[in-house]
Write a protein that binds this ligand. Sequence first.
Ligand SMILES: [Zn+2]
Length: 353
Amino acid sequence: MKYLLYGVILLLFVMIIIPSIIVMGFSFMKGNDVPHKGAKLVREGSATDIKDTKDFNTINVFVVKENRIIKMNLEDYLKGVVAAEMPAEFEEEALKAQAIAARTYALSKEIAAGGKGCELHPGADICTDYKHCQAWESNAELKEKWGSKYQEYMDKISKAVDDTKGLVIVYQDTLIEPAYHAISGGKTEDSVNVWKSNEPYLKSVVSPGEENAKKFKTTVTVSIDEFIRRIKSKAPKAVLNSKNVLSCIKNIIRTPAGHVESLKIGGACLTGNDIKDLFNLNSTNFTFNLQGRNVVLTVIGYGHGVGMSQYGAEAMAKEGKNYEEILKHYYTGVEIKKFDDLIRKVFDKPSVK
Ligand SMILES: [Zn+2]
């Protein structure tokens, strides 16, 4: 009987305990592969928002001039963006940096990638309004713009897009918001000063070599009466003395990069953007001067100043820097990765059971 009991215990051990150890052992091994719940491609999206992994090669573009959504091949769309956003005369490496920034922006908006699309045009991933999403020009528009140079420029831009096919800018494996602008004025802006959003990769950096750009420094001249009229259209209670109008401007507060955050004019408080809009300025980095009966606004830079400066990118490319060096200079702490590898990272993990 005793031996029979030992036999039963041994049998139980073989039948239950050993398989359990094996199974538990395997599940322990699987612990390395925990579901990647936090995986996401865009800052506010999540892996569960990603709808169709097969469709990242196309994008639904709302073409403002045609007032309709057109489904385009992503890489073809990017050629129209680079052509519209950057002068085709620019260095190849600057065009490549622009192509990668444009691709990153487009994919971060793509609804299929967890993005929210273009809020102005339901159903579209992105629109062609440069003030809202990013500029894009059709082949017909480019033929008209470039004339006899069309083929040469199109080949150059196509090469920049093709040579960087699938590359995107990421910060901690998430697509960044690749803000870019024409001319920073010597130093880019920290996003927190412009949009109150504190992005770790949108920090202020120096941007030398922009001085040669035609629009680096521009002026807007208006008569004193016109100056007062426009200020009053925004701040009706402002008290302005036409005899000594500049003395009414006080407390100009600037960001460290030089853009005007706010100022007091005739007792009213206005933002740098208010002045920029009222006088159609290229940026909020401006000063006031009097010339006879006119007020002259001298403006440095072109655009919001956050992220990559396009003319700064061109200056870097001219110095022999490549697209990766350019992008890593303007976007702090980022990496350049293949979008396909990111997708794989999100989906290769086992799903939550
Ligand atoms: Zn849009």
